[in-house]
Design a protein. Structure first.
Length: 149
């Protein structure tokens, strides 16, 4: 189950179906469909605070992932973690990347999910691998939603 929270004020309309599809497609690629996670859409102020508190980085970013990796006895399911996306950054990057904010949020959701699945981009080799995977998944997501429009 994906708990998608939109905590922006005023509330921004984002294609929730596209974001959830991006996450579920990423999880399915690695046969991890039976997990729960939370994806929170927020603003630069909140993500800046989280980045400072948890990573000691004093600025905002586009996406943060927090692995939780525990079995939830209340649901009987594995809780993978939390993804936080700044809609402020997503809007800026969407314009820079010549795509919609929905597409940018889907891309960031894929990126965050890959981090929860223990992918990283701390070396050139791991970055290349992660970028190839996220681009392939994103192409699938875009194709699926272009066909619906």
């Amino acid at each position: 189950m994906i708990d998608l929270q939109n905590k922006t004020q005023p509330l921004q309309e984002i294609n929730r179906e596209m974001i959830k599809f991006a996450v579920t497609t990423t999880l399915a690629k690695f046969d991890r469909q039976e997990v729960d996670l939370t994806l929170r859409l927020t603003n630069n102020a909140e993500i800046h605070r989280l980045n400072l508190v948890f990573r000691s980085i004093d600025n905002s970013t586009d996406v943060l992932s927090f692995n939780q990796d525990f079995f939830n006895p209340e649901t009987g399911r594995y809780y993978l973690g939390d993804i936080i996306i700044s809609l402020d950054k997503a809007k800026q990057q969407a314009a820079e990347n010549n795509q919609s904010i929905d597409e940018e949020c889907a891309f960031l959701a894929i990126h965050g999910t890959l981090h929860l699945l223990e992918f990283d981009h701390d070396t050139q080799e791991t970055k290349k691998e992660m970028w190839q995977i996220q681009e392939a998944i994103f192409a699938t997501v875009k194709k699926n939603f272009e066909e619906k429009m």
